[in-house]
Design a protein around this ligand. Structure first.
Ligand code: GUN
Length: 292
């Protein structure tokens, strides 16, 4: 069997068209959704994510306030900028790109963002609301994954979903969303991580396998059940002299061999990535609707 490729780019394009129309209606009412973007330092991957996010805002009519700060920016200066954005009525959402330089305490910065503008869904208030199933800004990558599954007709109810990775950004929240007693969730969830003794034992039982390990080839075909749905969250740069850039992007799973075994699989690039950005736009538009 050759797996159906879940086209994240297409699903994202469909959603962005819906959002573009909502933004246009908001603007007619005099409300232009605004996103404050903060990048500290010059990590190339973070820089390209932030550029993609700003471009996506522009394409659908969201105003973005772009702040690129040097890597020696103090925590105090960063907190001041966050505070200014908290008070700025033109800003509906604040995005502080992670990771931050080591001298800045990430938790302190995330806590400083007004939960009503926390379009990343990383503030503990939004994390807590998500866990108890209350309305909240949902973190973008996990929410995007759920959208991809439902828009691809994947039945999550009663399915065994295995998540590889326990980060606060992807692993923990996607596991949480999948287990909620809600539509497009209601799965039995297992989380694997670096302390897991026999990862293949667990991954082989997955009807839905979400891999967010941050390492290429973490999951190989022998670790996947025939017919499973595989969601690859990884974005890894590997050297490739045939490319002008000198690198290419690969995910966390061995795509070529797994696509012969899975029923559906997301590619890298063009899978989860475009959905993450789309859900950021979605949260920003939702926040602007609250303002309107
Ligand atoms: N770094 C990696 N993923 C993300 C994300 O979704 N949001 C932010 N702010 N930083 C990230």
């Amino acid at each position: 069997m050759s797996a159906k490729i879940i086209d994240g780019k297409q699903i994202a394009a469909d959603m962005r068209e819906e959002l573009r129309q909502e933004v246009s209606q908001l603007r007619e009412q005099g409300v232009t959704p605004g996103l404050g973007v903060i990048l500290v330092g010059d990590d190339p991957a973070s820089r390209s994510y932030v550029t993609a996010k700003e471009r996506a805002c522009e394409e659908i009519g969201i105003y973005s306030d772009d702040n690129r700060l040097p890597s020696d920016t103090t925590q105090e200066a960063l907190l001041e900028l966050v505070e200014r954005m908290n008070k700025d009525d033109k800003i509906d959402g604040i995005l502080v790109q992670l990771p931050l330089p080591k001298h800045i305490d990430e938790a302190t910065v995330l806590l400083a963002i007004d939960p009503k503008k926390d379009v990343d869904g990383f503030h503990p208030v939004n994390v807590g609301k998500m866990v108890v199933g209350e309305k909240a800004f949902l973190p973008c990558t996990p929410h995007g994954i759920l959208q991809m599954l439902s828009r691809s007709g994947v039945q999550t109810k009663g399915a065994h979903a295995v998540v590889v990775g326990r980060s606060n950004i992807v692993g923990k929240p996607v596991a949480n969303l999948l287990l909620q007693k809600k539509d497009n969730a209601n799965a039995t969830v297992t989380i694997c991580h670096t302390g897991t003794r026999d990862m293949a034992y667990h991954t082989l039982q997955a009807d839905i396998l979400v891999v967010a390990a941050g390492w290429p080839n973490t999951v190989t075909a022998d670790m996947v059940k025939e017919g499973a749905v595989v969601i690859d969250v990884g974005v890894n740069r590997v050297e490739d002299e045939t490319r002008k850039s000198g690198y290419r992007l690969v995910g966390d799973v061995d795509f070529e061999s797994i696509k012969e075994k899975a029923s559906m699989i997301t590619p890298v690039p063009g899978g989860v990535g475009p959905m993450t950005i789309t859900m950021l736009l979605y949260n920003t538009v939702e926040s602007a609707k609250d303002r309107a």
